[in-house]
Design a protein around this ligand. Structure first.
Ligand code: SF4
Length: 446
């Protein structure tokens, strides 16, 4: 049977090219599967549109909140984030005042809001803040937006083990955080030196043990593949040590070498990087290693133990995905606060100014710091929902696709199965999402 979905929209410019980790499957980031992709945002959508979208939300609809804290004491050479180097946490004070201003301006537009039950602090390095600054920020979030005290709230934070100790963990727990994500990247010392991130195993292990004792749940450890001097044997050793810490979740990221875009990466020589065949082995063997250890691939390089909530949500068909990643149940809207933060309110997707001057300047002029965005058309909303469904359930009705994708070609390549009127991702297809999404969802024109 020939299966071709109807092509209606979505022809146009392609996504920016990237260097694949391997030709036999790849790690793909949430940004890469976002539809429409952030590079389609434009300045015609800004603060007035966000204000209207906030004002029009139903009072009873939940809202997740993500706070971006861009400061970093150390400069990792692999970094692709827009971060603000600093050695003194007092330098974050003006930024924290602007965050408060942003909360006030956003809250003014919301006529009602249930207690926020999904909160995430991301970096930079959130633990760059001193403990009293963390308390103050948490109090301001509670005062301005109202934070949930329910036991099932999901309050998570990214931690750099070099910036956190036992006191930090106890303080975060006392504030109400219950989930941690620790960056490990690689434990091999030669790789650590090349990326300028010296992080002995004992440092991470001590934090993991303490987090466990304090009752933090669903600890995530993040590793990066494709780093300079990384070898399959070195990565296997790292994985063994990480598995020994028994985290609930392990996330694999891909190192994307783009020195023309990311200044920090200019200190990494291209000939330090593993070649294509080695990158292929790194991913293939890491997948096999995690599979053998009993971890389930949730998607986008995130693995979870079988007893983890996300693994259970996947098994029961209750997995959601949104701007904060995979969730148990539907993801809902997100309000992003801080420099470069993204928000998604209904069909409106926006990004804040991604320089400190732009962010602070807008707030000093009493404007929300929205720099650009996009309002999704009904067609785009439909397609985005279809892609999220494919990501979460791995199977969709091909009739819901609104492109003229050649599904038979994907089937011939072994990436999807077409049987019983469904299009299902194969195990390999899940690792070839960029290839599949490119076929299913050519990005919209400008
Ligand atoms: S990787 Fe993280 S800690 Fe390192 S420079 Fe980038 S944002 Fe900062």
């Amino acid at each position: 049977m020939s299966v071709h979905a109807k092509r209606t929209a979505f022809q146009g410019a392609s996504r920016p090219p990237r260097e694949p980790l391997s030709g036999a499957g790849d790690l793909v980031s949430a940004t890469e599967v976002a539809y429409p992709a952030p590079h389609h945002y434009h300045e015609g959508v800004g603060a007035p549109e966000l204000e209207s979208a906030l004002a029009e939300r139903p009072d009873e609809a939940s809202l997740a909140v993500k706070v971006r804290l861009p400061f970093c004491r150390h400069a990792c050479r692999f970094c692709a984030s827009q971060c603000v180097p600093s050695h003194d946490s007092r330098q974050a004070e003006p930024y924290l005042s602007r965050l408060d201003r942003e909360m006030v301006l956003a809250r003014r537009r919301l006529s009602g809001l249930p207690p926020v039950s999904r909160l995430h602090w991301g970096g930079g390095t959130p633990a760059f803040l001193a403990l009293d600054q963390m308390s103050d920020l948490f109090d301001r979030l509670d005062a301005r937006l109202g934070l949930s005290a329910a036991r099932d709230r999901d309050f998570s934070i990214e931690l750099d083990p070099r910036e956190a100790d036992m006191l930090t963990l106890r303080h975060l727990q006392a504030l109400g955080f219950n989930r941690l994500s620790l960056g490990v990247q690689e434990l091999d010392s030669r790789v650590q030196q090349a990326i300028n991130r010296i992080q002995p195993r004992a440092l991470t292990e001590a934090l993991v043990d303490e987090a466990d004792r304090l009752g933090f749940r669903e600890l995530t450890l993040s590793l990066m593949l494709g780093l300079p001097f990384q070898t399959p044997q070195g990565l296997a050793d790292t994985l063994e040590q990480v598995l020994g810490m028994a985290p609930a979740r392990i996330r694999l990221h891909r190192y994307d070498h783009r020195p023309e875009r990311h200044l920090a990466q200019r200190a990494i020589h291209r000939d330090w990087l593993p070649d294509a065949a080695t990158r292929r082995r790194l991913l293939t063997e890491a997948r096999a290693h995690l599979d053998a250890a009993g971890y389930v691939h949730i998607g986008l390089g995130l693995f979870a133990r079988r007893d983890d909530r996300l693994a259970q949500a996947r098994a029961s068909g209750n997995l959601g995905h949104g701007p904060l990643g995979f969730t148990q149940g539907p993801a809902g809207d997100l309000l992003g606060l801080g420099m470069g933060a993204h928000s998604r309110i209904g069909e409106l997707w926006v990004r804040n100014a991604d320089t400190l001057a732009g962010y602070e300047g807008a707030l000093d002029a009493s404007r929300l710091p929205t720099a650009c965005g996009i309002r999704l058309t009904p067609d785009q909303q439909h397609h985005q929902a279809t892609l999220e469904a494919l990501l979460c359930s791995r199977s969709i009705d091909p009739a819901t696709l609104s492109t003229g994708a050649d599904l038979e070609a994907l089937c011939t390549e072994g990436l999807v199965d077409l049987a019983g009127g469904r299009m299902a991702l194969t195990a390999e297809g899940h690792w070839q999402l960029p290839r599949i999404l490119e076929t299913l969802a050519p990005p919209p024109g400008p």
